[in-house]
Design a protein around this ligand. Structure first.
Ligand code: GTP
Ligand code: MG
Length: 208
């Protein structure tokens, strides 16, 4: 089955939150995007939804500072009802324009969200394909694994390097994260590469 069977019916911004009472009242399956500042989280959400400025993108790191919920609908093969779910954009880790205090605050509200989200399906952890994972990436990955949260690693900005280099970099990521057979999905928001593979993973998760 390919994602051509999945018909996307809606994508809209829903809410921003830094506290629990600001999360959307209606619970829906959630897919979360996490990664260092500037790695391309907001761009990936735009590419997935095919709405250009749904999530705000910036060449300056630290653009997204709240937990942002985007609602999205999909009509799955063989189903009459439209499935509705959330794509959740998080502030980046590993960077804080306003210093240590703010960085701490971010991680605590992100952590609270990750620990309490009732319908979290999995977290997509984004890592720039051009660089070896940084200590903060490894820490985040290990934290997610320890918390029992399923993680899909996505290697972003794949358009910036050649096919051969991608394979080398994927191995680099697997090695740094300590999981040699980890599946790592190369993605380019610029060229929509990896998009149909990621949609397939989302669909399978919704059908489970
Ligand atoms: P924060 O909100 O600051 O945490 O950043 P973010 O992870 O949401 O990154 P964002 O999507 O804002 O993108 C950061 C920069 O990377 C922007 O200049 C994007 O245009 C660029 N970028 C993102 N994805 C890609 C990609 O697939 N290819 C290329 N070439 N550039 C990309
Ligand atoms: Mg962002």
């Amino acid at each position: 089955m390919s994602n051509t069977d999945v018909i996307i019916t809606q994508a809209r911004y829903l809410a921003s939150a830094v506290r629990k009472d600001q999360y959307p009242a209606e619970k829906k399956p959630e897919f979360v995007f996490i990664g260092r500042s500037n790695v391309g989280k907001s761009s990936l959400i735009n590419s997935l939804t095919r709405v250009k400025n749904l999530a705000r993108v910036s060449s300056q790191p630290g653009k997204t500072q709240t937990i942002n919920f985007y609602e999205r609908g999909a009509k799955l093969p063989g189903e009459e009802e439209r499935r509705s779910f959330y794509l959740v954009d998080l502030p980046g880790y590993g960077y804080a324009r306003t210093g240590r205090e703010k960085r701490k605050l971010w991680s605590s509200f992100i952590e609270e969200y990750l620990k309490t989200s009732e319908q979290l399906q999995f977290v997509c952890q984004l890592i720039d394909i051009r660089h070896a994972p940084m200590a903060s990436d490894v820490e985040m990955f290990q934290w997610l694994v320890r918390a029992g949260i399923p993680v899909l690693v996505i290697a972003t900005k794949a358009d910036k390097i050649g096919k051969q280099a991608r394979m080398t970099q994927v191995r680099e990521i697997q090695k740094a994260l300590g999981v040699p057979d980890l599946s790592v999905l190369p993605y380019s928001s610029l060229k929509n590469e990896g998009r149909s593979e990621l949609l397939d993973v989302l669909r399978d998760s919704l059908l489970q």
